[in-house]
Design a protein around this ligand. Structure first.
Ligand code: SF4
Length: 130
């Protein structure tokens, strides 16, 4: 898991609640009006799943990076809430600090696949498709 996503996940698991739309953020809305900002740092990054709207893009220096710009999925309230519940069920009690990194990866992947089945992503159209 990306270090920033891990730190963010620790905070969310400690709070155990959604933050909703964070309208005082200078980047709000970075995806869509009314978005839920709980998973500002996505625990699945980089999911490498184009069905979400995410995609590999090429930087000016020629290197690749996974872009989440067109992923609205994780910011839908029902998805954010279901993810929070699944993660709390997995780790909030025992404490994620005690879980091995590879177990975090394995459980995160299973949660990602379950969540995708239960709440299929419907990515917005990219500018290049309009
Ligand atoms: S594309 Fe969406 S689900 Fe995938 S890593 Fe980015 S924010 Fe998370």
């Amino acid at each position: 898991m990306h270090p920033l996503a891990y730190e963010h996940l620790r905070k969310v698991l400690a709070d155990k609640k959604l933050v909703g739309p964070r309208t005082d953020c200078e980047y709000y809305p970075c995806h869509f009006m009314g978005q839920d900002c709980t998973w500002c740092f996505c625990p699945f990054y980089p999911c490498e799943e184009p069905q979400t709207g995410g995609e590999w893009i090429t930087r000016r220096d020629g290197t690749s990076v996974w872009s989440c710009m067109y992923c609205h999925w994780i910011h839908r309230r029902e998805v954010a809430e279901a993810l929070l519940n699944k993660l709390c069920e997995s780790w909030a009690g025992a404490g994620i600090e005690r879980v091995e990194e590879e177990d975090i990866e394995r459980v995160s992947r299973r949660i990602f696949l379950d969540l995708k089945d239960e709440y299929p992503p419907t990515p917005p159209q990219r500018q290049s498709e309009i």
